[in-house]
Design a protein around this ligand. Structure first.
Ligand code: B1M
Length: 211
């Protein structure tokens, strides 16, 4: 369908106006919201992720594509709610206590949203209790922890310990990432998933929800 191809290409090119106009046009032509989401937006973000992983796209291309996708999802959201399209799962994501870096965290959130997850963005400098409350009150399937400073990485461990102490650890998968974070560190602190960037975060969350 031409309009879905236009949406796909606009997101791939980071063309926000093209993508949002495409979504409006598709809706006015009666294309089902789920089809716009899956065949236009999510398909395109998957391709963006693939291009990033292959080294053809870099962070700026990924960011503008993610913004085009996010603006389009905002238009589509009410229609998806009306059509009762269920998200794949729910992720509460935040940058850990003491850390104010949020560019990477936002990018990861956008990629997860692009993959079909509902996002609860807890912001930056998030204390462990706030993550615990998100599990208690918002019934999330995943907790996403981001840290950019070596000095704030220990707050990831603290958060996992707080989840254990509140008896909620088994209810959620904990995903961690950020420039200084490694798979070894994830193993050491007992995180379930380590992702090095947005596309792999989306891919790994999808794999985890299927398992
Ligand atoms: Co800061 N900073 N900074 N900084 N800053 C770094 C991180 C640093 C490496 C710079 C340097 O010295 N070379 C250094 C950390 C050194 C260290 O700990 N080893 C540093 C420092 C020291 C500091 C301050 C302490 C400086 C000071 O005040 N003396 C201070 C700390 C403030 C605080 O947090 N309490 C500080 C402040 C800032 C700014 C506010 C000025 C600004 C942040 C603005 C913002 O985020 N709104 C800033 C910036 C921009 C950076 C650099 C330059 C860029 C970070 C970034 O946005 N990268 C950074 C140097 C660098 O990385 N080259 C630096 C782009 C982003 C897309 O990548 O965040 O890595 P990234 O996210 C990636 C992956 O890591 C991964 O996916 C993302 C997308 O691919 N990922 C996840 C991230 N989170 C994930 C979560 C996941 C999965 C994957 O699952 C949940």
């Amino acid at each position: 369908m031409a309009v879905l191809e236009d949406i796909y290409k606009s997101v791939l090119d980071g063309n926000m106006n093209g993508a949002t106009e495409g979504v409006k046009k598709a809706l006015s032509e009666g294309v089902a919201p789920a089809e716009i989401l899956n065949k236009g937006l999510i398909a395109s973000m998957s391709e963006v992720g693939r291009l990033f992983e292959e080294g053809e796209y870099f962070v700026p291309e990924m960011l503008i594509a993610a913004r085009a996708m996010q603006a389009s999802v905002a238009i589509l959201k009410p229609k998806l709610v009306e059509a009762d399209i269920k998200p794949l799962g729910k992720v509460a994501i935040g940058t850990v206590k003491g850390d104010l870096h949020d560019i990477g965290k936002n990018l990861v959130a956008m990629m997860l949203e692009g993959a079909g997850f509902e996002i609860v963005d807890l912001g930056t400098d998030v204390p462990a209790e706030k993550f615990v409350n998100a599990v208690k009150e918002q019934h999330v399937n995943f907790i996403g922890l981001s840290a950019l400073l070596t000095t704030t990485m220990p707050a990831m461990r603290t958060t996992i310990e707080a989840l254990k102490a509140s008896g909620l650890r088994n209810q959620v998968a904990v995903m961690i990432g950020g420039a200084p974070v490694t798979q070894n560190y994830a193993n050491e602190i007992g995180a379930d998933i380590y992702a090095q960037d947005g596309p792999s975060a989306a891919r790994k969350a999808k794999e985890a929800i299927k398992a």
